[in-house]
Design a protein around this ligand. Sequence first.
Ligand code: ADP
Length: 488
Amino acid sequence: MPIPLHEKSLLRNQGYINGQWQDADEQRVYPVINPATGQTITMVADMGASETKTAIKAADQAWPAWRSLTAKDRAAILKRWFERIKIHAEDLARLITLEQGKPLAEAKGEVGYGASFIEWFAEEGKRAYGSVIPSPLADRMLLTIKQPIGVCAAITPWNFPLAMITRKVAPALAAGCTVVCKPAEATPLTALALAVLADQADIPPGVFNIVPCDASHVPEVGQTLCESPVIRKLSFTGSTAVGRRLMQQSAPTIKKLSLELGGNAPFIVFDDADLDAAVEGVLASKYRNAGQTCVCANRIYVQDTVYQVFAEKLAARVQEMTVGIGTEPGVMIGPLINSAALNKVQAHIADALAGGAKVLVGGTLHQLGGLFFKPTILTDVSQSMRIAREETFGPIAPLFRFHTEEEVITMANASEFGLAAYFYARDIGRVLRVASAIEAGMVCVNSGLLSNEVAPFGGVKQSGIGREGAREGLEEYLEIKYVTLAGL
Ligand code: ADP
C-alpha cells in the first residue's frame, strides 16, 4: 500500500542509534498495523537488549560534548528541530493517523502541541539558574548550580506518538542530557520520523537514539534500560502496572524517575454550571482520541437537579459525532488501537449494564466493524461498577448522579488515581473549595482541555511522580549541586 507522504524520506523502518539507521540483530522485523484497516503499513526493526546496550553506549559517549555546549547553542539546535517539524507537520500528522488512528485534525493538533515543547524548552534551558545562599558562616560562600543528570531513557505510549516523545526529549536535551527512547510498539513510525528531522537539525550522533521493538522484545529492552547504571533517569508514560514494574526494576540502580501513569478523571457538572459549555467540555475531554488519553474524563458526575437535561443535551451532540477512518474529512472518532482496547470497552459496558446502568447512546460496535466503536453514553452508573474504578480508554461517557458537593468530592476522590479532574460551576466559593479538595495533579475548571507546554503536567497518588512541561519539566532533568567555598 503506498504511504501518502509528501516527503518519502520521513518513513523509516530501521532503528536510529548513534546518528545511524540500523537494522535489528539478525534483521528481525515486525509489522506496524494501521488500526483503521488492519493492514500492515510497513515492517520495522525489532530490536532487543544488545541493540539497546549499543544505544546506551552511544548516548553515554555523546553526553560529555553535548553537556559542554552552552544552553544557547543547544537551544539553536533544538529550534532547528522545531522548525523541521513545523515544515513537515502535514506528513507527521498523516503518519500519526496512519499508525495510531486518530482523526487527521487531531493529529495536526498533536504535531503543534508536541513541537511546542521543543520551542519552549529550547528557551527554558537557558534559565537553569542556580542560587547564592546567604551563609550562616562569615568566611563562606554557598552556591548551588544546576547540572544535567546524564543519560536518560524515555519509554513512551502509542496514544500520542509524537508529543509524548518531545515532552520528554526536549527538556532532557535542553538540560544537556542525552536520550535513548523506546517508542510504543504500535507507533514507531512517528518516532523514527522525528529522528529523521533531529538528524536534519544536526542534533549530534548519540544525543537522541530510538530503539523500536515488538511486544515480545519490550520486556528485555525495558529491563536493559532500567538495569543499566549508565542510565541515570527514566521517564515513562503508560499504564500504572508497567510503571510499577519499571520502578521495581530501577530500584537497584536508584534511578531518578518520572512516571506519568494511568488516570481516572472525574468530570463534575454542578447545578450552577453553564450546561451547554459543560457538554462541549465532555466532548473535548471524553471523546478526543476516541477516549484514549490518560486525561480523558472517565467518570462524569452530574448533580441530580440538572442530570436529566444534561444527559439529553449531551446525547444530542454525541449522536452527531462521525466515526470513521481518521484521514477522511469530518471524522471525529477513529478506531481503537487494538482488539485488547476494544475488549476492555465492551467488558466495561457489559459490567455496567449488568449492574443496572442503561445505554442512552451507542453501546455497540460501529457498522464499520473492525476496531470502530460507537461513541456511547451510559446513565445510572454507580461507584461499584468497573468503569468507576478502572480507566476505560474508550469513547464511553458514564453518567453518575450526585446530590451534594461533599458527596461528589468523596466520590471523585474514591480512586487510586489522581491525574486530571474537571468540573463546571460558576459559584466562586464552590470553584475554589472544589479545586482545592480534589485529589489530582491537574484541575480544569469550566473547560475540557488543560494541557500546554507552559503548565506542569502530572499526577498524584498512583497516577505518577514528577511533572512534564513548564519550568518543573526542566528540573526533572537537572541535579542540584551545592558548592561551599570556605576560608574566604
Ligand atoms: P498501554 O496498555 O496503554 O499500551 P503500556 O504501559 O503497556 O500501556 O505501554 C506504554 C509503554 O510501555 C509502551 O512503550 C510499551 O511498550 C511499554 N512497556 C510495556 N511493558 C513494558 C515493560 N515490561 N518494560 C518496559 N516497557 C514496557
